[in-house]
Design a protein around this ligand. Structure first.
Ligand code: DGP
Length: 114
């Protein structure tokens, strides 16, 4: 997608440091961190939102969750706990319409969210 900021990050068009990358997934620090560790995990393929997932995408979502576990270990937040969040649609708080998973940790997170 030409005008998608996360597609540009995934393709290397923008100079964003990736903390993880493989052929299907990229992860990088959120520019507006809400916790000491706040990473975004994205599929390299453009999927606009969780709502637009197709049957063939669910294995990719599992791979992203596996990667989130791995990054939580590497970031030192696995033992104390962390949160993985996907905002979907306007009421869900989604602002970037390229599917992404927030990995948050490093402090005690509140519930319920606002
Ligand atoms: P959401 O509200 O769930 O759509 O989250 C989008 C997040 O993406 C938000 O926390 C800020 C982050 N973000 C938006 N643009 C950029 C960018 O260009 N670089 C980085 N690193 N993060 C971005």
């Amino acid at each position: 997608m030409e005008d998608c900021i996360f597609c540009k990050i995934a393709s290397g068009e923008l100079d964003t440091d990736l903390v993880y990358e493989d052929e299907r997934v990229a992860a990088f620090a959120d520019q507006n961190p809400q916790a000491p560790v706040h990473l975004l995990l994205i599929p390299k393929k453009h999927i606009p939102s969780m709502r637009k997932l197709e049957e063939k995408d669910y294995e990719l979502v599992g791979h992203i969750y596996r990667t989130a576990n791995q990054l939580a270990e590497e970031q030192g937040i696995a033992e104390d706990g962390f949160r993985v969040v996907t905002n979907c649609g306007d009421d869900g708080g989604q602002t970037v319409y390229h599917l992404h998973f927030h990995l948050l940790g490093g402090r005690r997170l509140q519930w319920p969210p606002g």
